[in-house]
Structure formats: C-alpha cells, structure tokens
Design a protein around this ligand. Sequence first.
Ligand code: NAP
Length: 439
Amino acid sequence: MPLSIAIVGSGPAGFYTADALMRKCPECEINFIERLPSPYGLIRGGVAPDHQTTKKIAKKYERTALTDHVNFYGNVELNRDISLDELTNIYDAVVLAVGAPNDKKLTLPGSDKYGVFGSAAFVGWYNGHPDFRELDPDLNIDAAVVIGNGNVAIDVARVLVRSPEGLAKSDVPDHVATRISASPITDVYMCGRRGPADAKFTNVELREIRNLRYTIPMVKAAQLPDDVDTASEELGSREQRLRARNLQSFREYSKFTGNEKPKRMHFEFFASPVEILGGERVEGLRLERTRVVDGQAQGTGEIFDIKCGLVVAAIGYRSDPINGAPYDKARGIIPNTEGRVSEGLYAVGWIKRGPSGVISSNRPDGEIVAGFIHDDFQNSGGEKAGQSGLEKLLKERGVRWVSFADWQKLEALELENAQGPAPRKKFVTVKEMLSALDG
Ligand code: NAP
C-alpha cells in the first residue's frame, strides 16, 4: 500500500514538504488539510498586497497541488472537523504546517483600548483574510504608531500610506482600499526598542520606502552610529552586510526635512513602548528612551509621548496549541527534534521553529521532514486508509470540503472580477466562497 501522508496547513512550509515528499517518495499519497477554502497560507494572507511579485510563488505551489497523488481538502479545520488523533489513525504520517497565526501579546497598560491591533489581525484585515473581515479599524486619524522594527512592521507602515494608485495595483479588498485612501493620515512612526543596527528590515523593503509617491522616510541623524561596522564578531558576514546597507539607507533618509512630500514615515529608534494613552480609544503612545547594552535595550528613564489614533504591534507571532500534540507555551511552538514530534507526527515551518525567516527558509524544513518520513517508513510501507478514510469521516460529518478543482473555480472568479490594474478581487469570507461554489 502507498504511504499516506496528511499535511495540515497549505502555506509555504506545507508546500515545500509536499514538494520534497514527491521527490523522495513519488508513490506517496499526500493530502493537504486546510481550514480555509483557499490554499497558500501567508502567501495569500500575510505577504503584503502591494508585493505581488512575491505572491507569484503560489504558481509553483499550484503545480505541486496539481500533481498526481496530491489532493487538497480545504474548509476542513483541525479540532473542529477532525481531531489530530483521528488524523493519526487515518494516515501513516501527519505533518503539522499550521504556522503561527496569533499575535505575540502586547502587555502594556492600555493595550485593550480601541485602536490597538496586533499585526496578525491588521495584516489579515488588509489582505482580506476571512478571520479579520470585521476588524473595522478607524483610519480617520492623523498619525499611527507601528511597534517593532521587522519586515512586518515596515509592511504595515507602508500599506498605511500607500497611494490610491499603488493600492489599485494591489489585491487589497475594496473596503480596505477605500478606507486607506480616505485616511487623512500624515505621519506613521515605526518604533524600535533597539538601534538602527539592530533593525531587522531587509534592505529591499527599507529602500522601497524612498520610492513611495506621497511619503518621505525620516531618520534622526543623532540616532545613527558614526561607523557602519557596529556589528559584533558573532554576526555572520551576511548579517553584517545587511546592517551596513540598512545604515546607508538610514543615513540617506536622515537628510530629509519632512517637507519633501505630504506624508512622513518616521523611524524612531531607542524607543521602548511603556503605555497606551487615551480614554476608550487610543490617543497616544508613551515610550521610554533606551540605550543598547550587550545587545539588550535598557531604559534610560527619559519618557516621551507620540500622539496617534492607531497602534499596531508588529512584535512577532505565536502558534496555537493543538489538542493531542505537545506544546511549548514559552516559545509558542510544538516541541520537536529537527521536526520530529513523536512517532508518525512531524512539524515544519513556524510551528516547528517560531516566526522567523523568509518564505524560502521553510524549504529545508520540508526536506528534513520528508527525509525522516522516507526513512521511518521504508521498511513498513503504508498501512493506513489515508484519503478514503478521510473522505468517509468527512462525509459522515457532513463537512463540505473544498477540493483543489473547487479552489481553481474560485480563483478564476477572483481573476475575472478584478478591476483595472488589480490582479484579482479576493473573496473575503468563507460564506462567499462556498456560495460561489454551491450557488
Ligand atoms: P521580527 O523580524 O522578529 O521583528 C519583530 C520586531 O518586534 C523586532 O524589532 C523586535 O525587537 C520587536 N519586538 C518584539 N517584542 C517586542 C516588545 N515586547 N516591545 C517592543 N518591540 C518588540 O518579526 P516580524 O516582523 O513579525 O517578521 C516575522 C518574520 O517574517 C521575519 O523573519 C521577517 O523577516 C519575515 N517577513 C519577511 C518579509 C519579507 O521578506 N518581505 C515580510 C514580512 C515578514 P528586538 O529585535 O529588539 O527583539
């Protein structure tokens, strides 16, 4: 019998695993279990909507999904429609590739005020993720603060000041484009608790800010080190080059006065948030000036406020615990050894190693786990029902699963409904997607 493998989650980590499995074990039966009717995880719901070139990787994943022996079961949710125990009974091997969909919590006084959002929610909202259709952030504001100095922070800050022309070429849903375009926002502050050399932006993303139509980046020259080579010896040369390039960009940005364009994006370093200000709604952020000692931010006691009507915390993500699997609460991941969780159970991507790295960083995870599965089962072969067992159980439960052919119908409609230069008009609720399929 062919080996049957369930991959839970159809984002990059899941697809790289399927791809590696197809090479290691061409006869294996691979089933994706995905809670949304749409595949591709963070490629669709996380990568910024104005970065369409990055999203093109989905075409490669599509080729994998269309391969013989690979099947997609969308709109099937772990814990809701099927349990992990049931999956491990049905499949020889189960690979968890469910990512880290939750925001690391901002634990400041006032974090519960209206107008404070985590980046998972905010990015999900502007990307048309069904979970965040109702988020409804008020953008009738003059200023926003984004906490964090990573690529998610810079994505959020950029999308907030994207021109209507720029948004029109993206796939932000209409309700989002309308809200952003109508916003009178003039200033976005990006606050890093450490210095410019510690910022985690990749340089392409940082340089992109220079080319925004209505927004000028601003950096305080006094916050920049004299020497670009501030990196310690522990850093690899790649990391040192990135820091040097970023510092070069910051140096260029420090020459702007702020009057060059109507909007400003302020890079505020050595600024650690201490309190969200305001009544029911956010009216500002209180911060403490820091200095960096041995790589750590230390408060100096100097306090200052930034007035704003929106705070987005882009400070990292966490995975959910999964019933039936172990969970490391401190790190928000599934404890594992190189991707092995227990007999027949594996983890890849952010649920395995936490929310770090770019899309291609998931590829080695898939290769390693595919190698384990190949080695673990090469003597025994497949013994479990796999796909037929899954379909039997889903039918008994009346689950309307979405096949890859169904998804292709939905995608064709999204492409057909696109307006002007937009690449697609996304469905933004599960209900809309299922009605489009079933009438
Ligand atoms: P990240 O790169 O780890 O950045 C998180 C930021 O939050 C850091 O600046 C961190 O500061 C700060 N932070 C964490 N806890 C904080 C706290 N309690 N208070 C204040 N600041 C805090 O994570 P990310 O931006 O969420 O991105 C996740 C991964 O996705 C990254 O690997 C990223 O490169 C990748 N990604 C890539 C792209 C792209 O390639 N275009 C786009 C989006 C995301 P410290 O450094 O001081 O801890």
